[in-house]
Design a protein around this ligand. Structure first.
Ligand SMILES: [Cu+2]
Length: 113
């Protein structure tokens, strides 16, 4: 029946329109630190102020580490030879320290600016 086909067609058009209208979510900016030989590389990276961002931590070592920053209010255990992404809320400009909680000599800075 023609009416049925038209209805199907209408539904198809409507669902396409809905898909098109879903806003494209802008990616949060992401900074990265590798962890190897008991140190972060780089030791400092810049992130944008007043908007959320992400920190990707790549643990190259054969044992787990814990990325921790009380100043940024994040912490996460990163298993050996793996990586993790930590979401950071919008921060004011400043220098925020982080460290490996399992090896507190390993330290770095996120420079929010
Ligand atoms: Cu901790």
């Amino acid at each position: 029946m023609l009416t049925v086909s038209l209805r199907k067609l209408t539904l198809a058009v409507v669902s396409n329109a809905v898909l098109t209208l879903v806003p494209v979510h802008a990616e949060d900016s992401e900074i990265q630190f590798a962890y190897a030989d008991g140190q972060f590389e780089p030791k400092e990276a810049a992130a944008p102020a007043d908007k959320p961002f992400a920190i990707r931590v790549k643990n190259m070592e054969a044992k787990a580490m814990e990325f921790e920053s009380k100043a940024l209010k994040v912490e996460k255990v990163v298993a050996a030879k793996s990586e993790a992404v930590l979401k950071v809320r919008a921060m004011k400009p400043g220098r925020y320290e982080f460290y490996d909680e399992f090896n507190e000599k390993a330290r770095g800075i996120v420079n929010v600016q």
